[in-house]
Design a protein around this ligand. Structure first.
Ligand code: ATP
Length: 908
């Protein structure tokens, strides 16, 4: 596998070592990285090796994008029509049709560009992360900034960020299916293997792109970017996200079927007309072109895509990044949100406020992670006992977090709860930085949500070994037979007493943790879970405060008002969970269901109960999957949060899987459809609100565009069937559809949320948008437009007897009706004639002003008059158009009132 490596600057480096054959220390030597790298070294290495990223598959260039626009059915029809009209010598008509082809292509080109921009912004927000040790401590960085020689830490659910030579591993198993196709996760160790070992057998290596299934590990980066194994195979990063949702696909299908029907009808009308009507060929041909253009909603896909792109951007602004596009629609229908507690509903800024040892209660003073504070006995005096020292030592040594205080700023690295324990140990007088070195760690059992404890094996320089344990109190109590008294003596464990203390602390909303120790044999070097079943000595309990997020309290109230149930699913103690749930304002807090109780229920029993209970405690990730399934069986549309690798099945199963961007694992992020950049519950509520808004805006876009096509095409068909002159010419229809309607409809994509968007219950799981109300509105408004067009035509003919004037008025009347309809469509379910409705959003007023200006050009300038066959209108006529618009608005206002009454009374 040796080969020479060409560096970025074109220089050649000597042959690359066979990393899997070297011992990890030798690998470090080769990499000239005996110690974790400093910022300076990293900068130099980054300049030499380039970023740790695969080259992105080149975004499709503008030409490809342009080409895609031309693959459009309507464009073919229009191009065909242009050729035929040109061959007949109607140059103006051909020119206008070609201009429309150009506009249509450009609009598609620009909107697709916007959508691509929105998506690429999101991709960058979701850049993979890596946990790295540098000379100044542990950091979470963008994986792109890793360099050869860096020290990377691995945890379950991490995607390995570069090729690593492992130097530490604990029960580490890695899923290498992506590289080797082997679906079972393989055991990893730190040993070296024979030079000819295949990839799957190189147990001392962890390869970029593979996924940590269990255990923990540490390794030194040996290859980055395109030089990694995965980089050599695939070379490019696939980018497949597109802005497609079920609704858009439904609309595409609808438009395609409609186009086929319209063209078939066009041909039939043309043939029938030529045979029977005696109309001149040109007129008949243009009538059919007009009908085709009138009936096909050509502007609609652009409007819907832009609406989605804006929705995606808005959500990202609210810290919710959409990974799978269809979820934008589902978000608006969410009826249950199942949320983790720690860090999502609470702040995850923990502080130990109480400690209980051997029956003595101690209060801990101070603020957050600040070191100022003390551990005081009940009389207020600082406590000072050997037992407290031992408790503090356990808290500091059985701990992976780092707390740095530099120039007044506090930085924590690692688990916030462990950071709080480290601060507590310092307040209790333990010299965390100094004394920890006297007790190096030999081995550890890392915390996992299944076991709910962590253990470390430490030994001092005289060879004494001791195991320190910390974890969920009932779990630790199970391992203890005795407890340590203040004197240092051990006595029999008073289990009832400690359980009472735990209940008392948990009722105050404290997260309770037990700390214990177990003597180990001199010089023993390995730790196994089986060794810890019995024989530990309880040191004491600590209670941590993790205050609820204020914004979560508000967001929960908002969700309740919006008919969304919020459920808390936590690994914490039942009583603590209940107390926090009450502070957060959750609904059913009287009954807390624990993981153990859940295990005793079968699926039917769980389904009967799950609607009644809002707090689930001491749960494991498998419980989440059962809960999602049970809630879905009750027809809920379920959003579920998760962070660990084991949460992936539940995240996938949920209608909206939401991963935590900060503390979540890569596995959870990949299984989810939304990633929260700030892990905050309030962002979920905001995303639901955005989801509802996007869905309503899509509905408004459809309800606005389709009646225009409907009104126009029914008018033309009616005229053709009755043998009348067309009230609007083909070119004029092109003008209305490609200019006025698109400008007006575009504003709907920017429409802000209606004020009551979170005041009504979520829509039903299977509620289709293209039914009921929208279909009714499309038909009803199409008929209103039909009435308006013919009224204008006849009124003008009656007063002037001139066809081009009558057509010009018909077009202006249609556009006026559209403008007023835009105001009606903005508030589908409430009154539109209000100050807010009339003033609208600035962009609506801007669009209306633009359309009025365009219509004036269309009506009064000679060039437009010649091109589109229009005539200047009298003021009286303009008045007619405006009044028609007002009439449409008033009729729709009455329709809304009647419909709401009818709905309230219940249909039937
Ligand atoms: P949520 O599921 O809402 O995020 P959580 O953080 O309480 O809540 P877990 O991380 O599953 O859930 O933790 C479950 C329990 O395990 C905790 O209540 C605590 O008792 C114990 N625990 C958590 N972190 C550690 C740790 N680092 N070391 C030892 N025990 C821990």
């Amino acid at each position: 596998m040796s080969e020479s490596v060409v560096l970025k600057n074109g220089e050649c480096e000597q042959r690359e070592p066979e990393w899997h054959v070297l011992q990890s220390a030798e690998a470090r030597q080769e990499l000239k990285a005996k110690e974790p790298l400093s910022e300076d070294e990293v900068r130099q290495r980054l300049a030499r090796h380039g970023p740790n990223a695969l080259p992105e598959a080149r975004a499709k260039g503008p030409w490809a994008r342009l080409g895609r626009q031309l693959k459009n059915f309507l464009i073919y029809v229009l191009a065909g029509a242009a050729v035929i009209t040109a061959s007949l010598g109607h140059w103006v008509d051909a020119g206008v049709i070609l201009a429309v082809v150009v506009i249509q292509t450009l609009v598609g080109f620009v909107q697709e560009g916007k959508a691509e921009q929105a998506l690429s912004a999101i991709r960058h927000m979701l850049a993979p992360k890596a946990r790295v040790m540098r000379s100044d401590g542990q950091h979470q960085i963008d994986a792109a900034n890793l360099v050869p020689g860096d020290t990377v830490l691995l945890e379950p659910g991490d995607r390995v960020p570069a090729d690593l030579r492992l130097e530490k591993s604990h029960n580490l198993k890695i899923d290498e299916a992506i590289l080797t196709g082997e679906s079972e996760a393989v055991d990893k160790s730190t040993g070296s293997v024979a030079p000819d070992a295949p990839l799957g057998d190189q147990s001392g290596m962890a390869f970029s792109g593979t996924m940590v299934a269990t255990g923990t590990g540490r390794g030194v980066v040996v290859r980055t970017g395109a030089r990694t194994e995965i980089g050599r195979i695939s070379g490019l990063l696939a980018q497949t996200t597109t802005l497609k949702t079920p609704l858009l696909e439904q609309m595409d299908r609808f438009a395609r079927i409609l186009s086929i029907i319209v063209i078939a009808a066009g041909i039939a009308i043309f043939v029938g007309g030529a045979a029977f009507s005696g109309l001149p060929f040109r007129e008949l041909f243009m009538a059919v072109v007009g009908l085709t253009v009138a009936a096909i909603p050509e502007g609609l896909p652009a409007i819907l895509t832009i609406t989605l792109a804006i929705g995606v951007r808005q959500m990202a602004r609210r810290q919710a990044v959409v990974r799978r596009m269809p979820v934008i629609e589902t978000l608006g229908a969410v009826s249950v949100i199942c949320s983790d507690k720690t860090g999502t509903l609470t702040r995850n800024e923990m502080m130990v406020t109480r400690a209980v040892l051997s029956g003595v209660q101690l209060e801990v003073t101070g603020e957050g992670y600040d070191l100022d504070g003390a551990v005081n006995a009940e009389n207020g005096h600082p406590s000072d006992s050997t037992l407290l020292d031992e408790l503090a030592r356990a808290a500091a040594l059985c701990n992976d977090a780092h707390v740095h205080h530099d120039s007044g700023r506090i930085r924590i690295a690692g688990d916030p709860m462990e950071a709080a324990l480290s601060v507590f140990a310092r307040k209790a007088g333990f010299d965390v930085d100094g004394s920890a070195a006297d007790w190096p760690r030999k081995d550890e059992i890392p915390f996992d949500t299944e076991n709910r404890f962590m253990a470390t094996l430490n030994h001092d320089h005289h060879g004494h070994s001791v195991i320190y344990l910390k974890g969920a109190p009932e779990r630790i109590l199970d391992m203890c037979n005795s407890e340590v008294a203040e004197s240092g003596e051990t006595s029999e464990l008073r289990r009832d007493f400690w359980e009472r203390v735990i209940t008392e602390m948990a009722s105050d909303g404290l997260r309770v943790l037990a700390l214990a120790r177990k003597p180990a044999e001199r010089g023993s070097g390995e730790l196994a879970i089986e060794d810890l079943e019995q024989g530990a000595e309880l040191l004491g309990l600590v209670g941590l405060l993790d205050p609820p997020r204020q914004e979560a309290i508000r967001a929960i109230a908002e969700c309740h008002e919006a008919g969304i149930r919020v459920k808390m699913i936590t690994g914490d103690h039942g009583i603590t969970a209940g107390a926090i749930a009450r502070k957060l304002g959750l609904k059913n807090t009287g009954r807390v269901l624990t993981g153990k109780e859940l295990d005793q229920l079968d699926d039917d029993q769980l389904r009967d109960l799950v609607g009644e209970v809002d707090v689930f405690a001491r749960t494991s990730p498998e419980h989440k999957l059962r809960l999602v399934t049970a809630l879905q069986a009750l027809h809920g549309v379920v959003a579920m949060t998760g962070d660990g690798v084991n949460d992936a099945p539940a995240l996938k199963r949920a209608d909206v899987g939401i991963a935590m961007g900060v503390k979540g694992s890569e596995a959870a992020r990949e299984a989810s459809s939304v990633v929260l950049l700030d892990d905050n519950f309030a962002s979920i509520a905001a995303a639901v609100r955005e989801g509802r808004t996007v869905y309503t805006n899509l509905k408004k876009g459809i309800a606005f565009m389709l009646p225009i096509n409907g009104g126009e095409s029914i008018s033309l068909v009616t005229a053709l069937l009755l043998g009348l002159t067309l009230p609007i010419s083909a070119l004029q229809i092109l003008w209305v559809n490609m200019v006025s309607s698109v400008v007006l409809a575009m504003t709907l994509a920017f429409e802000p949320a209606e004020p009551d968007v979170m005041k009504h219950p979520p829509r039903g799981r299977n509620e289709s948008l293209l039914r009921g109300f929208v279909v009714w509105r499309v038909v009803f408004v199409s008929l209103l437009f039909l009435g308006g067009i013919f009224a204008a035509w006849y009124w003008a003919m009656h007063h002037h007897g001139d066809e081009s004037t009558a057509r010009t008025l018909a077009v202006n009347t249609l556009v006026a009706m559209e403008m007023f309809y835009l105001f009606a469509v903005r508030y589908l379910d409430s009154a539109s004639i209000t100050l807010r409705g009339v003033l609208g959003t600035p962009i609506v007023l801007l669009a209306v002003a633009a359309v009025i200006a365009l219509q004036l050009l269309f009506t009064y300038t000679p060039w437009f008059n010649d091109t589109f066959g229009t005539q200047a209108l009298s003021v009286e006529m303009l008045g007619f158009a405006a009044v028609s618009g007002v009439v449409v608005l008033v009729i729709l206002e009455i329709e809304t009132v009647v419909r709401r009454r009818w709905l309230r009374a219940g249909p039937g």
